[in-house]
Write a protein that binds this ligand. Structure first.
Ligand code: AMP
Ligand code: MG
Length: 617
């Protein structure tokens, strides 16, 4: 009914025709008109809230306009496009006739003080000075030596050639910019070549932004290769724009929301080595070069840097600078810069987070099923999920214990609601095996997968480009004597039955256990879905861990089995070689299963594999 009603109203207003209305119908029509007017306003409001998208290629990358200024959207796209072309004409190193190319060719150029070249170069030199040369617009000779400018190189440049380049061609102090007094600026390149790739896109965004505002644009987001600036609001609440950036961790193409909305006028940019790099002899080199050493930035810890700033030229230049400086120095650099905020994403952020959580879980003490310790652990997991921003559910259920008595078990569940199609269930048990020793805390056995699932929950809670992912922390996996109808797999049997009963459609059920071993070997039991195994192998390949995988020729009794029995596609990812020597499993179910045996790198690798597996589901 509401649909028909709206439909009629829309038609009436999209084809307004003046005609005389017979008197006796007027009253009735008036009533309709008032309702229609209210409803029409509603329709119009909905439309205004909607965002219109335009995109095209500019300056060798993707340009995008998102706008709610519907009546001038086309004109806005054109203004942006023209602004980008104009900046490219002035600043591109790839265009022979550009001001920048002429400066490099002739060694000097005189331009208007308000020209793009003068403005960008002035700011670039300021950042160069402020960063102690970490940001340097004269990196062009180094970019070439490393094969980033057309000519591919078969070997990395030698130490001698790098020091020659540093001694003779690189260094922002060589460049001189002088005001000639008549509104013109004289630039001398001092025998070096310039590369404005770390700043030009941000500057172009600012030029477009100012022009769109002057034109009357109010609510828009503009993006040039990840350099973003916003105006007004996206109309979806919060008073600004919710922006997602490409996330260097996990699967490629994974987007992650910024920790806060961008307010009107603000800009953001990200720098990292994960998307643009060059491969020489099988080793990857970052396209961001440290001008102080001549080497591509090879930061062990840092995957990317993101900067929110009042203008896009700042966010662009500063994000590149911070990637060179690293987190510690970078924080000192950005502190005190008005309106600027920086975010550093570490290479093993998920793994480190997971490890921290495993340690916290183990510190709570034993979690043997049907003991207060298990109840404490369930509450702790639920609290962690709530702190992440998800809505945890503690699913309490009765099940016969090994002695036949009905007892209470607790699974903990939460769902991250990504916007991509598909639904994935990630499983871990959290209980510890009873009867081993008083100090057994199952750091790898139950602990590692619980920690990793929580870290993945935190990661996926802010990733819009993911499917629905439900995290289930299962109770009573371990058996007291031997696995049977009333012993072990309590949580998984209950959950599989519950989901089947609810008619839940799942694309994949992925069980993780014992995945934190420093010496990571991933052993896949035979019982498991073939397609998921293939997906797993290709994901392991993508993260460079294919060599650590063994496909077992035997089945394993584990929490994935009840899901297979219930007709779901399930897989068990487990490292069943957890011991003092490669191939041994002598830490398993012993007091030696402690957090110090685990590593953030292993947890990160498994996290990456899982993210690749669920990507595109
Ligand atoms: P971005 O993607 O904004 O972080 O900038 C990376 C680009 O900046 C590279 O592709 C080079 O063109 C340039 N670049 C590389 N290293 C530096 C540096 N240390 N300072 C300034 N620009 C750089
Ligand atoms: Mg930059």
């Amino acid at each position: 009914m509401p649909y028909n009603y709206l439909h009629v109203v829309r038609d009436a207003w999209s084809a307004p025709q003046m005609r005389r209305v017979p008197a006796k119908l007027t009253v009735a029509l008036c009533a309709v008109a008032i309702v229609a007017l209210v409803a029409y306003r509603e329709v119009k409001r909905t439309a205004e809230r909607e965002v219109e998208y335009w995109d095209w290629l500019s300056m060798g990358t993707l340009a995008e306009l998102q706008t709610r200024d519907h009546s001038i959207a086309r004109a806005e796209a054109q203004i942006m496009k023209d602004a980008f072309s104009e900046v490219e004409e002035a600043l591109s190193v790839f265009r022979d006739g550009s001001d920048l190319s002429r400066l490099v060719a002739d060694g000097t150029i005189t331009v208007s003080s308000t020209s793009h070249l003068a403005r960008v170069l002035n700011f670039a030199l300021k950042v160069a000075e402020g960063s102690g040369g970490a940001f340097d617009p004269t990196v062009a000779p180094l970019m070439e030596a490393w094969g980033f400018r057309g000519l591919k190189v078969s070997d990395p440049p030698s130490a001698t050639s790098i020091s020659n380049i540093l001694a003779n061609s690189v260094g922002w102090r060589r460049v001189e910019v002088a005001d000639s007094g008549d509104g013109r600026t004289v630039i001398a390149s001092g025998g070096t070549r310039l590369d404005l790739g770390g700043i030009a896109k941000g500057y172009a965004i600012d030029v477009a932004y100012e022009r769109l505002r002057d034109f009357g644009g109010e609510n828009f987001l503009i993006n040039l290769g990840g350099n973003i600036r916003v105006s007004g609001t996206n109309g979806k609440g919060g008073g600004g724009w919710t922006v997602a950036m490409r996330n260097p961790l996990g699967a490629t193409g994974n987007l992650q929301y910024l920790p806060r909305q961008l307010r009107s006028g603000e800009a953001v940019a990200t720098s990292g080595s994960y998307e643009r790099f060059i491969e020489i002899n099988g080793k990857r080199y970052s396209h961001i070069i440290d001008p102080r050493t001549g080497m591509p930035v090879d930061n062990e810890q840092l995957a990317s840097t993101t900067v929110i700033a009042p203008t896009a030229i700042e966010s662009d230049a500063y994000s590149t600078t911070l990637f060179v400086l690293g987190e510690e120095e970078g924080r000192r650099f950005i502190d005190g810069k008005d309106g600027c905020q920086a975010f550093f994403i570490g290479k093993n952020a998920i793994g480190l987070d997971a490890l921290r959580r495993v340690e916290a879980l183990c510190a709570l003490g034993q979690r043997n099923a049907l003991t207060p310790g298990a109840h404490t652990a369930a509450k702790w997991i639920a609290d962690e999920l709530a702190a992440i921003g998800l809505e945890p559910e503690i699913d309490e259920f009765n099940d016969p214990a090994p002695d036949g008595s009905e007892r209470v078990f607790r699974n903990v569940l939460a769902t991250a609601r990504g916007t991509c199609p598909g639904r994935v269930l990630l499983l871990s048990h959290y209980d510890t095996k009873s009867g081993i020793s008083d100090d057994f805390t199952g750091a790898n056995d139950g602990g590692s997968s619980t920690g990793l699932l929580l870290a993945l929950a935190k990661h996926l809670a802010v990733c819009p480009a993911a499917p629905y992912v439900t995290f289930a922390f299962l109770d009573g996996e371990e058996c007291v004597r031997s696995y049977g109808e009333h012993d072990g797999l309590h949580g998984s049997r209950h959950l599989a039955k519950r989901l089947r009963g609810e008619g839940a459609a799942l694309d994949a059920v992925i069980l993780l256990d014992m995945i934190g071993d420093r010496d990571l070997t991933l052993t896949l039991p035979r019982n498991g879905d073939a397609e998921l195994k293939r997906r797993f192998l290709s994901a392991a390949d993508q993260v460079g861990r294919r060599g650590a995988v063994r496909l077992l020729q035997y089945d394993m009794v584990d929490d994935h089995q009840p899901f297979i029995d219930a007709g779901y596609k399930a897989i068990d990812i487990i490292d069943f070689e957890y011991g003092s020597l490669p191939g041994l499993n002598d830490y398993w179910h012993t007091p030696a299963d402690t957090p110090d045996k685990l590593s953030a790198e292993s947890l990160q690798a498994v996290g990456d594999i899982v993210l690749h597996m669920i990507d595109g589901h």
